[in-house]
Design a protein around this ligand. Structure first.
Ligand SMILES: Nc1ncnc2c1ncn2[C@@H]1O[C@H](COP(=O)(O)OP(=O)(O)OP(=O)(O)O)[C@@H](O)[C@H]1O
Ligand SMILES: [Zn+2]
Length: 736
């Protein structure tokens, strides 16, 4: 049905607003032209003002001219968002079937969403200032003579090359304001000061395999390709990244490096800064405050920052001179956002690389089966690193400790204690991996079998003994540890099972002289603790580390020779079809922390299923055997990567409301060929944060058909009123 279009004498701007409706909003604006697409604006919306982004400019509107409101303010404090970034937002809206305005506004740093222009806040500590080419070209005589401070500052910058904030303050206390103005004019840029702790490490000579990877990618550095770099733990994937970044830097281009965990940023930052001490690098992750994030983002947008290191949200950073994208640990589930816009940063990164016609490297020891399969069928290009990079460093020997025949006390078996004792005697470090924080996962009444559960979630409350509290790890609910059973009043209540805190207590009792350090989200909550912990580990001030997956990824502790893994079995027989793949990746990662340098490594796994094929593959360090086995199972069961999936997720106060909504949603569309719709079911975790959850699975062997189906379905879903239900489409869900 062709809509009536009204012609208007003034330009119409189409604005994206942070509103849960998939539409743009029209406003009249004078003084705009096509170059203004991508600028932020303040517009009236209902009774208030909102900040939005101009997505298009037109002379016609669907609304009559006298009904259109005028824009209140156009922000010209920073250049418009580049068209390439707007394209990414459009792609996300189309592919994930999510309101465009929500995506655009949530993709920006908080400061840019404010209702006021951003002041050019400049980070001054750990920063050096230097002149840009424009700054060098400035004629000092063009600055009025009475402006002595500006003249002196400019002269000093010319003479010294770089200056820090202290140097600048010596000239005058007013220089910090001036520096900000110079930055705004594009005369001055900031670069991070080399951190004092950075030791210039010798650059290693690449191994033959590393050379092969580096040369192969370099040969096609100006083309889009997805490179799957499958390298065993300790094979030196980082060195491959560094060499390629060096190449891209020599072309004055930017590299985006995506990593799964914030906790890995300090380590990588140090490595990158040591290799490229004069290259501006910014980190973007959720640990930054609003100002820091805005500064980093702006430095990426204006092309100053050459290396952009970040977690998944960094995939929405504007990069005018993008030359390379690296996604490290590409299989990691944290690249997929689990609320609101459920995007995969890895998949968006691939879209960006294609759009920019540049290479993207997906690095992993255990690629996701999706990527593994794509490499196998030639859609991705495959590169392998099959041995450890450090000379004579071998992969660790992996043993299973059968817990059916070995007694477990406080979570630990006799062979585990013995191995720890030997490692201590050799003055090497050990790592005990248990992926459960807190003291014990269950509080149990011996008299009536009552278990402490969360009132708002389908979950058990976790005992945190040191704080004498019970916590829900899903919603954050906390309550004092009860003295007696809440059901029968009996005082015989006991913590059941093991978490990191309990293992820490047990190990402290076993090895009173050992220096023991627990690392989990609780222990590093305070700012700076994580940094201090890493330093202590590297300085050999720790003998035994106890940790969750925070410690499993990416760390390189050369003196660590023993890894003990406690109770990983529960994932073996999980209902989630991805559980084995994930367990293997995690165990391979944590096992890979052992024996990375001169010290040979050993891994002990406490399990009741030592003959399970997964442990067999782990003992052989053979991901390919397992990946092929899992792929053939997936093929038989018609599961991804052989089909494409989407979930319609619904939440309501009551599960019946959610299920009823899904049932009617399923009836809204005719099922076409090649589309399979399953019955609505309650989510495995029905209650979460006080709401009840259900979902409905749709799948198809064709991504195109699934997308076409979802587009139509999404339109219809939007047309029904659902005040009692909140729903969202989850395309390529990573779990149920
Ligand atoms: N060519 C080389 N010669 C000597 N040492 C090297 C070489 N390349 C890398 N290394 C060293 O090997 C160690 C392991 O490298 P790196 O941490 O990059 O491995 P990785 O492949 O990322 O492993 P993981 O997947 O376990 O994180 C590091 O200490 C690194 O400095
Ligand atoms: Zn809860």
């Amino acid at each position: 049905m062709p809509a009536t279009r009204f012609s208007c004498h003034m330009p119409i701007i189409r604005v994206a607003l942070n509103i849960p409706v998939n539409t743009l909003f029209d406003y009249v604006a004078s003084n705009v032209n096509m170059q203004d697409i991508g600028l932020r604006v303040r517009v009236p919306f209902g009774k208030k003002s909102m900040t939005g982004v101009i997505m298009a400019i037109d002379m016609n509107s669907h609304m009559a001219a006298d009904k259109l409101k005028a824009v209140e303010y156009i922000f010209r404090d920073i250049p418009p968002l580049p068209a390439a970034l707007l394209d990414i937002f459009h792609f996300c809206s189309r592919y994930y079937h999510h309101p465009l305005g929500r995506i655009v506004l949530n993709g920006l740093p908080g400061r840019l969403r404010d209702n006021k222009p951003i002041k050019p806040a400049v980070q001054t500590t750990h920063t050096l200032f230097r002149l840009t080419d424009i700054g060098y070209a400035v004629d000092i005589h063009s600055i009025p003579t009475r402006n002595t401070v500006a003249r002196r500052l400019l002269t000093q910058l010319r003479e010294s090359g770089t200056i820090n904030n202290q140097d600048a303050k010596q000239i005058s206390p007013r220089t910090s304001k001036l520096l900000k103005e110079f930055i705004m004019c594009g005369w001055v840029e900031t670069i991070p000061a080399p951190a004092e702790t950075v030791q210039p490490t010798p650059t290693p000579i690449p191994t033959d395999e590393q050379n092969n990877a580096i040369n192969t990618i370099t040969a096609e550095i100006r083309e889009f390709n997805v490179w799957l770099l499958q390298g065993i733990t300790g094979s030196g994937k980082t060195e491959v990244y560094l060499r390629l970044i060096a190449h891209v830097l020599s072309q004055e281009k930017q590299t985006l490096v995506l990593i799964p965990e914030i906790s890995l940023t300090p380590q990588l930052e140090t490595i990158f800064q040591a290799r490229f001490p004069n290259t501006p690098l910014v980190s973007l992750h959720s640990g930054l405050n609003d100002t820091q994030r805005a500064i980093a983002w702006l430095q990426a947008q204006n092309g100053q920052a050459k290396i952009i290191l970040g977690t998944r949200l960094a995939v929405f950073t504007p990069l005018p001179d993008m030359g390379l994208i690296i996604v490290d640990e590409e299989q990691d589930n944290s690249f997929k956002q689990q609320d609101r816009l459920r995007y995969s940063a890895r998949d968006i990164a691939i879209f960006r690389a294609r759009q920019g016609n540049i290479p993207i490297i997906l690095g992993s020891a255990t690629p996701s089966l999706e990527s593994y399969y794509n490499a196998a069928i030639g859609r991705y290009r495959s590169l392998r690193l099959s041995s450890r990079a450090v000379k004579n460093a071998a992969l660790p020997i992996v043993h299973c400790v059968d817990i059916r025949t070995n007694k477990i006390k406080d979570g630990l078996s006799e062979p585990m204690i013995l191995a720890l004792r030997n490692t201590l005697a050799q003055k090497h470090q050990s790592l005990i991996f248990i992926n459960r924080r807190g003291y014990a996962p269950v509080l149990f009444c011996n008299s009536c079998a009552w278990i402490a559960i969360c009132q708002r979630c389908t979950s058990r409350l976790v005992v945190h003994l040191s704080e004498r509290k019970l916590y829900c790890h899903h919603c954050g609910y906390q309550t004092p540890l009860p003295q007696a059973c809440l059901q029968c009043g009996n005082q015989n209540i006991v913590p059941f099972g093991h978490g990191t805190q309990r293992v820490e207590a047990a190990l402290t009792a076993h090895f009173p002289d050992a220096r023991i350090l627990r690392i989990d989200r609780d222990s590093i909550r305070r700012k700076g603790t994580w940094h201090a912990a890493l330093k202590a580990i590297h300085a050999q001030q720790v003998d035994i580390l106890i940790g969750t997956q925070l410690l499993a990824k990416g760390h390189d502790f050369p003196n660590l020779s023993l890894v003990g893994i406690l109770n990983p079995d529960s994932a073996l027989y999980s209902t989630d079809f991805r559980a084995s793949e994930r367990l293997f990746a995690q165990l391979m990662q944590v096992a890979g922390r052992a024996g990375r340098a001169a010290v040979p490594g050993k891994v002990l796994i406490q399990t009741a299923f030592p003959n399970h094929p997964l442990y067999h593959a782990l003992r052989q360090h053979d991901y390919d055997v397992l990946a092929k086995m899992l792929l053939s199972e997936r093929k038989q069961a018609a599961l991804p990567p052989f089909v494409y999936q989407a979930l319609l997720r619904a939440e309501a106060h009551n599960i019946h409301t959610a299920l009823a909504f899904l049932t009617s949603a399923a009836g809204m569309v005719e099922v076409s060929q090649n589309i399979e719709i399953f019955d609505p079911v309650p989510a495995p975790m029905v209650r979460l944060k006080g709401l009840e959850h259900a979902h409905l699975l749709v799948q198809s062997p064709s991504r195109k058909k699934l997308q076409a189906f979802l587009a139509e379905w999404y339109r219809k879903l939007n047309s029904i009123s659902t005040r009692s239900v909140r729903w969202v489409l989850d395309v390529d869900p990573s779990g149920f």
